[in-house]
Write a protein that binds this ligand. Structure first.
Ligand code: FES
Length: 136
């Protein structure tokens, strides 16, 4: 499993995303209400750049004539034909058991920045706070 630091957690606040290329794969990293998720940036329909699509909510099941909009910020809509996927698990809303996007593990970790071994002078070593790390 490859471990990849994709940036500081502070640079990826709730509601934001970052699209990165890791091991020749385009991957979208999302902060959904303070939790981090990563999805393959390819729609299972016709391979559109899914992670560039709008982030929305969705309508929950309801009675005729009622609209129950919820889950704001948890759903991504494909920019080509509008298929919707749950950012938290990669499953499509219309067929969650058969149609899904590959997801990747994301963690927020303290990352120690390595510095070269000093030959004469010494250098301070810092621990950078809260880096977002993707495992693929
Ligand atoms: S390519 Fe995503 S819905 Fe068609």
């Amino acid at each position: 499993m490859g471990r990849h630091v994709v940036g500081n957690a502070a640079e990826l606040p709730p509601g934001s995303r970052k699209i990165v290329t890791l091991e020749n794969r385009s991957i979208g990293v999302f902060n959904v209400n303070g939790a981090y998720y990563a999805l393959k940036n390819s729609c299972p329909h016709q391979a559109a750049p899914l992670c560039a699509g709008p982030i929305k909510g969705t309508n929950l099941p309801s009675k005729p004539g009622e609209y129950r909009y919820a889950r704001e910020g948890e759903i991504i809509r494909c920019p080509w034909h509008g298929w919707e996927f749950d950012l938290t698990n990669g499953k499509s809303l219309f067929d969650p058991h058969k149609c899904l996007v590959k997801t990747y593990e994301v963690a927020v970790e303290e990352v120690r920045e390595e510095q070269e071994e000093p030959s004469v002078e010494t250098y301070r070593v810092q621990i950078e706070a809260n880096k977002v790390v993707v495992y693929i």
